[in-house]
Design a protein around this ligand. Structure first.
Ligand code: NAP
Length: 464
């Protein structure tokens, strides 16, 4: 078999010195090339990631991949279990989970790993969620849920309820995991019997496929009261970015994340195994941004001091290029139902920056091309600087103090300028903030002297 005959049509012309790949059916819309090609490019490797359409004859395809020098493979639906019989070795965790998603070359043939499980563990840790000693409710008991249940017990969850539509599958999964870890922690629950779950605080992990489709409702349990037991939630689904599960938790004021970071880290960890490298945190951020862009659309973030042109330039980009325009300050006022100066006066600046972080989380998963004008002080908080870098390309709109003064001097709606010497105040604040904006930016755009068309063209030249 010539493996190249199985390459998905849109990848047929891609040439490189070495190849990575994925076997699956269906496979055309995989996002994995975004992950692996971004890393290869950053590390200067002439290596491309190719989707292979493998429906039948999996064993022959695995053999051919080894003989034809493929550096590493991912395995996806429907082959994650079946592939195990064609490998020379299988990592213990993958064996216990009963699924392999990554094949790594050895002298004799491929060895199988499961990076879904450590990938999700890294994703959860990156959101500040600690499993050790915590109670967990999982919804679902399918293939992905096996990796999740394994992760919960491996990382020390103290209670684990597995709720599923088909009780027998939840029971099988709970029994398997209790046996592997020699514990009695995993408890199966039929969805209809959810009331038997002890009233407590739980990390909730949504592992069913309910939420993938627009008209899907809440998974398994439609009683919103149930979700009040969540301390935080993770949905393995990432497209749509906000499933009914995530929307419900957010509405209740509970932190919730989707599964995109799981996809990200399972890919990063596979790449590390294949190439014996460590992918740096900053490269992981770049990969994440590219993934967000590939799924949810392109995003432009404008930072800078008042009067630098964020609103005017943002609106022109939106108008000329069909992007949606969002203003973080406007979003906050709308959501809080009070003015920014009232929020500052009532709750203080730290609280306001927290709200900004929450707004940025929402923007991160916003679908479609977007230009975001940020509040002048938003990048002062490190977490906000990190978030905007992940959201999109960050442009620092820089203008001189003289220019800013000319643009805003008559504006009575700016409380910061209600002082004896507004020009001096502008000079002072620009000096303080300039290094912060430079920390936050990808690109500096001088808005002092150029005309609006030139500025917008300049920005858009970075978005190709
Ligand atoms: P699977 O093996 O087919 O399992 C599907 C699960 O969803 C089962 O628990 C099934 O319950 C439940 N389910 C399906 N339709 C349902 C319905 N109408 N009502 C109630 N329950 C229903 O799928 P999987 O491979 O585990 O994947 C599950 C989800 O995880 C998918 O949405 C997938 O996109 C996502 N995922 C994400 C990542 C990532 O990297 N973020 C990785 C893997 C999977 P029964 O047992 O009763 O049929």
């Amino acid at each position: 078999m010539n493996l190249m005959d199985l390459v998905v049509d849109s990848y047929k012309d891609i040439k490189a010195q070495k190849y990575l790949g994925i076997f699956g059916h269906p496979i055309g819309h995989t996002l994995s090339p975004v992950i692996h090609d971004t890393i290869s490019d950053a590390l200067g490797k002439d290596m491309r990631y190719i989707p292979f359409h493998v429906e039948n004859d999996l064993g022959t395809a695995v053999k051919a991949a080894f003989a034809q020098g493929i550096v590493g493979l991912n395995i996806t639906v429907p082959h994650k279990q079946a592939v195990m019989e064609y490998l020379v070795d299988i990592d213990d965790a993958a064996k216990a989970i009963g699924a392999v998603n990554t094949l790594v070359r050895t002298e004799q043939g491929f060895k199988g790993y499961n990076t879904d499980m450590p990938g999700l563990a890294r994703a959860i840790a990156s959101e500040g969620i600690e499993l050790n000693g915590k109670n967990v409710i999982m919804l679902g008991a399918g293939g992905a849920a096996r990796a999740v249940a394994y992760m919960c017990l491996k990382y020390g969850a103290s209670k684990l309820y597995i709720v599923n539509r088909t009780y027998e599958k939840a029971k099988q999964l709970a029994d398997d995991m209790n046996q592997i870890f020699d514990v009695d922690i995993a408890k199966p629950v039929a969805a209809a019997d959810y009331n038997m779950i002890e009233l407590d605080e739980y990390i909730m992990i949504q592992c069913t496929s309910v939420g993938l489709h627009e008209d899907d409702g809440l998974p398994l349990i439609t009683d919103e009261e149930f979700y009040k037991m969540a301390s935080c939630g993770v949905d393995l689904i990432y497209n749509p970015a906000q499933t009914p599960f995530i929307k419900t938790l957010l509405k209740l004021g509970i932190k919730a994340f989707n599964g995109l970071k799981m996809l990200l880290y399972q890919g990063v960890m596979a790449y590390e195994l294949w190439n014996d490298v460590e992918v740096s945190d900053s490269l992981v951020e770049t990969v994440y941004r590219n993934l967000c862009e590939a799924i949810y659309g392109k995003k432009i973030v404008l930072v800078g001091y008042m009067g630098a042109g964020k609103t005017t330039i943002g609106k022109k980009i939106a108008n000329d290029y069909g992007y949606e325009f969002l203003d973080t300050d406007e979003m906050i006022v709308q959501e809080a139902g009070m003015s920014i100066s009232d929020i500052f006066a009532k709750y203080g600046e730290a609280h306001f920056r927290e709200i900004e972080s929450e707004i940025l989380q929402k923007i991160l998963n916003h679908k479609g091309n977007l230009v975001v004008s940020t509040g002048g002080g938003l990048p002062l908080k490190e977490n906000n600087r990190n978030l905007i870098k992940i959201i999109g390309k960050v442009f620092y709109l820089h203008a001189s103090a003289d220019n800013i003064y000319d643009r805003v001097k008559g504006d009575t709606a700016r409380p910061l300028l209600m002082c004896d010497d507004p020009y001096k105040k502008i000079c002072q604040m620009l000096e303080e903030r300039d290094p912060i904006y430079r920390l936050a930016m990808d690109v500096l755009i001088d808005t002092s002297s150029q005309d609006l068309d030139k500025i917008v063209n300049n920005i858009m030249s970075f978005m190709i």
